[in-house]
Design a protein around this ligand. Sequence first.
Ligand code: HEM
Length: 393
Amino acid sequence: MADVTFSPYDYYDIDSDPYPVYARLREEAPLYRNEELEFWALSRHADVMAALRDPMRFSSANGPLLESSVWGPAAQRALSFIAMDPPRHTRMRAIVSRVFTPRRVAELEPHIRAAAHHHIQNAFSNEQFDFIADVSAKVPTDVISELVGVPPSDRAEVRRLADVALHREVGGREVTQEGLDALLVLVGHFAELVAERRNRRRDDLVSALLDAQVDGDRLTDEEIVAFLHLLVGAGNETTTNLLGNAVYWAWRHPDQKAKALAGHVPEWVEETLRYDTAAPTVLRSLTCEVELHGVAVPQGSRVLLLPGAANRDPVVFADPDCYDLSRDTGSMISFGNGPHFCLGASLARLEARVTLEELSARIADFDLDLSQARRRQSPYIRGFAALPMTTVR
Ligand code: HEM
């Protein structure tokens, strides 16, 4: 029996590195069991892909996070269709996809560019600034708020509540009462927004969601509110940390940084997604007994899928621990796969590309001060809470 141990709660230090453990899991314990935290884990690329494509046996009904499987019913409902299985998931995703179209995403590019430009210029007024607080956390909040139709005066409060609801700095295993309270206040804000738009439509996502239908079927107000909450939760943190990870890994690899700043921004984004994904774990629960690597894993078991480990599987990626902007990243699983494939993948890519283009157009080089940096304290988000930066312009 392999003696490797893995807990997603172990990687909070600035230099913490789960990848050697992921490698041992793939090699020595492709089906891993954590008795204390009561989960199984799959780390090989083929196993993670197969599970993501098998929603009938690998259910999403308990939500995608270890914690969400113990949330109460009200909080569970706020997870929207990320915590549903077919056919409920299929129905809601079809209606939402009518509205969350590539055209609507593409139309956001000028807003994204303006937001990135504005926050980068503001950050440049100080010799040293925090790339996370001043740039990478601000752009996605502006963009989601613009998309959803949150009035500018409410945006800072919505972001604060979303941060508390996702217990940004707490990082513990317990669901905090403060986090649950914030979640319910946030949901209340969205409910007001939906009620307002029901009376008076505008040219925004909420208005479009109220009118969207597939075969005569529409979303209820409660379903729209839950979806808005999902968007704010899934669309802020992940993109913030993709951006932070991009500057961090480029900084750690000066030859790749030179390439990135010289205009290879799309490759910079893609290789960062593969090399150190912001969303390294996704949870499923078994609807029946499933045999995995010769073990009969019981019905009801929680199975943690590890896209972070799969993205470094040498069976799929040559020299996987090398950060290399010229590699083919086509098989990475950072946005999931199957029916729950990330709805915001194209938006995340657009936000990251535009923000890094705006940054690299204004600087010749940048440096990071790791003595002041902090990692994000979360088992399911990998990235930085603070990343002080200086630039050469
Ligand atoms: C689902 C990752 C950005 C909205 C997912 C899933 C992953 C993921 C792995 C699948 C979860 C599962 O299978 O249970 C990421 C990463 C991002 C990102 C790494 C950025 C780097 C965004 C953005 C939005 C978004 C910007 C929206 C504006 C969603 C939604 C789902 C989802 C709504 C649920 C889809 C479904 O259940 O059908 N994301 N995401 N994500 N993501 Fe993203």
